[in-house]
Design a protein around this ligand. Structure first.
Ligand code: GLY
Length: 365
């Protein structure tokens, strides 16, 4: 099974390929086009983490070397706490040791942390070399690998340092999700549900019709392929209309405003990103009903889908609504002192608004 989703950015169009055993074709897809995406014979720096590399490193290396590339590997420790400038320094050191040149490329094999860091290193090494994204988590497949947001965290906040750097190619091999921990799978499903709510009602209804969504093994190849393809299409459509988030792209932050506050107040422990986004979507769903952006029935359908995916729907008991509101005032999404929320407008559409009163926010929290 193979789908190709174009990301038609005027200055640097590229494709997202969703394909069973896609990792094994990585080299031929990079090299095989009429105009190769990266010229065979060039050097590639493969960046990954030890756990992912143990599962898929050999296959990726074989696919790339068979296509004529010279490949060196840089392994970084796994986890959000290593998404730092010191890890970027390690990529630069490897690039220097390997004499990576302007026409060389970096390949990110891993989840969102590896993808964001490799993208940032590629954006800045020699003022920019090509990057290929090979995401291995559901969240990275449907979100982080597409759209060119790259970067690292600052001790004072997530993703404060970064650059836009679009990949040359994104290769999604759904079968690698079999080694993803179920909780991480569910976290990615939160972003999938997000696309259903803000952009693609058919996707939402496909998810509703699925018997289960909480574990990879319950989905089946066809359904998983559809979910990945529709989600990537949604992301590609939004990003290609608004690459640098001047307007429309902000709708991708649905559930993230409250979600980020929850993650931050929990000190990034006990609740992961997807879980926090799920909690945020439920809270904003309530605001949307109160303000007649959608119906109570739509809100219930969203809630039921989030529950079906095995995701949390309640703000952790130890957090106070007042603390969340206070933190929101310092969020990146504040403009002219107003907290800006992405609000669903029926199922399959969303708008960004700053017209939510403090009382409405408190009621939803
Ligand atoms: N993850 C949100 C975006 O790519 O804009």
């Amino acid at each position: 099974m193979k789908s190709v989703i174009p990301v038609p950015l005027p200055s640097h169009p590229y494709e997202v390929v969703v394909a069973t055993a896609g990792i094994d074709h990585l080299g031929s897809w990079l090299a095989g086009a009429e105009t190769p995406l990266v010229k065979p014979g060039q050097k590639l720096l493969l960046v990954s983490n030890p756990a992912i590399f143990k599962h898929y490193g050999d296959r990726a290396l074989a696919a790339l070397t068979q296509a004529g590339y010279t490949v060196e590997t840089c392994l970084l420790p796994a986890g959000e706490r290593y998404k730092t400038l010191s890890s970027i320094q390690k990529i630069y050191d490897a690039a220097l040791g390997f004499h990576l040149e302007r026409k060389s490329a970096m390949v990110a094999l891993g989840g969102g942390v590896i993808g964001d860091m490799t993208g940032f290193a590629a954006a800045t090494w020699l003022r920019g070399v090509a990057v290929v994204q090979v995401p291995t988590s559901l969240l990275a497949m449907v979100d982080a690998s597409i759209g060119g947001k790259t970067g690292v965290n600052h001790p004072q906040g997530k993703n404060l340092i970064g650059a836009f750097h679009q990949p040359r190619l994104v290769v999604i091999d759904p079968t690698v999700l079999k080694t993803l921990p179920p909780r991480e799978f569910r976290a990615g499903m939160a972003e999938v549900i997000k696309y259903g709510v803000i952009w693609d009602k058919d996707l939402f209804e496909t998810l509703e019709a699925a018997p289960r969504l909480d574990q990879y093994r319950y989905l089946g190849e066809d359904l998983l392929h559809t979910i990945l393809t529709r989600s990537c299409q949604a992301k590609a459509e939004v990003v290609s209309q608004d690459e640098k988030e001047a307007g429309l792209r902000a709708i991708l932050n649905y559930g993230h405003t409250i979600g980020h506050a929850v993650e931050s107040l929990m000190h990034y422990r006990g609740v992961n990103h997807g879980e926090a986004v799920a909690i945020g979507m439920v809270a904003v769903g309530k605001i949307a009903t109160a303000l007649n952006y959608w119906t109570a029935a739509a809100e219930t359908r969203q809630l039921q889908l989030i529950e079906k995916a095995g995701l949390p729907t309640q703000i952790p008991a130890q957090l106070k609504a007042e603390d969340i509101l206070a933190l929101l005032q310092g969020d990146k999404k504040v403009e002219d002192g107003q907290v800006r929320f992405v609000i669903p407008q029926g199922l399959g559409a969303a708008v960004v608004t700053g017209d939510i009163t403090r009382e409405q926010m408190l009621a939803a929290l």
